[in-house]
Design a protein around this ligand. Structure first.
Ligand code: ATR
Length: 282
């Protein structure tokens, strides 16, 4: 199939959608690849999501991203979801298929792993235990991706224990739920620490955590990218841990959609990072 014959159309549905950096991301790639397609922000109220999604084929869209608060609701609207999206319980990338039906995928976990792989040798994670802070939507995608990658146990700690328990129950496998107040102790022997909470983000409280028990050989990553250098990453870097900021996950989660919609494999360049930082990712 040649996607380059006519301008292709894609976008992002959110409510609100103004904060989304996806237009800046995909428009950068469109320009870089000299493609004539468009990527538009679509402000869609939750009560209109189904109608809006089902209208996409009629409007000639190749697909869209779904962002907050639509990712979970999207699962029940599309005709088919892939196995990863089903386990995560959310879709962030919709593709309009040739027969006019819509497939939903979840590329957040893919983006997470690709972002880490670009900066670190992930062999150190194979069959080793890791720690995840938080149990929201992002945590679910990351836990599924870490399972598929082949870590051993995933220790999940969250302020609201029931949310971590629900995550563990829904996803299954070797997930160990830990009380939030024990988050310092859980770090012993872990090869990776991931912050998926909003703590440390501009305008949010700081993430209070003592990294003393974490091996200095562990990778530390934060999905927060405003600021890029979170206090957690600063602290981890000072004690010698390899750190990975949250911008890479944003970039890499967008690649499968762009490839499907516009027919070109996009790249994660330093120029793109600079562009996104200028567009507001800081
Ligand atoms: P996302 O989809 O980005 O993961 P989310 O579903 O709103 O967003 O999840 C936010 C995460 O940050 C949750 O794990 C949340 O903890 P709760 O399950 O207890 O709500 C965590 N979080 C937010 N504010 C927090 C705070 N002040 N202290 C600790 N954890 C917090």
């Amino acid at each position: 199939m040649n996607n380059l014959q006519k301008p292709r159309l894609a976008g992002v549905m959110g409510w609100p959608v103004d904060h989304s950096l996806s237009p800046a991301l995909h428009r950068f790639w469109l320009q870089e690849n000299q493609l004539s397609g468009s990527y538009v922000p679509l402000a869609v109220r939750p009560e209109n999501l189904k109608k809006a999604v089902l209208t996409l084929p009629m409007l000639g869209f190749a697909g869209v991203n779904l962002t907050v608060p639509h990712k979970e609701a999207g699962v029940a609207i599309v005709s088919q979801v892939d196995g990863v999206a089903r386990r995560v319980g959310a879709v962030n990338t919709l593709m309009v298929l040739d027969d006019g039906t819509i497939e939903g995928r979840n590329t957040d976990g893919y983006g997470f792993i690709e972002s880490l792989a670009a900066r670190a040798d992930l062999n150190i994670l194979k069959n080793r235990p890791v720690a995840v802070l938080g149990a929201g939507g992002a945590a679910r995608a990351i836990v599924v991706a870490l399972q598929d990658f082949g870590v051993s146990q995933i220790y999940v700690t969250n302020r609201t224990l029931e949310h971590a328990e629900a995550l563990s129950e829904d996803i299954g496998g070797e997930i160990i739920v830990v009380n939030w107040k024990e988050r310092d102790d859980v770090l012993a022997e872990k090869k990776l620490l991931v912050n998926t909470t909003t703590l440390g983000m501009f305008g949010q409280p700081a993430l209070e955590i003592n990294l003393g028990a974490l091996p200095t050989t562990a990778i530390v990553t934060d999905i927060v990218y405003k600021p890029l250098m979170t206090p957690l990453l600063e602290k981890a870097s000072l004690r010698g841990n390899l750190i990975v900021d949250g911008l890479g996950m944003l970039i890499h989660q967008g690649r499968p959609g762009f490839r499907a919609w516009f027919g070109v494999e996009p790249t994660a360049s330093n120029a793109l990072r600079a562009h996104l930082l200028a567009a507001g990712a800081r």
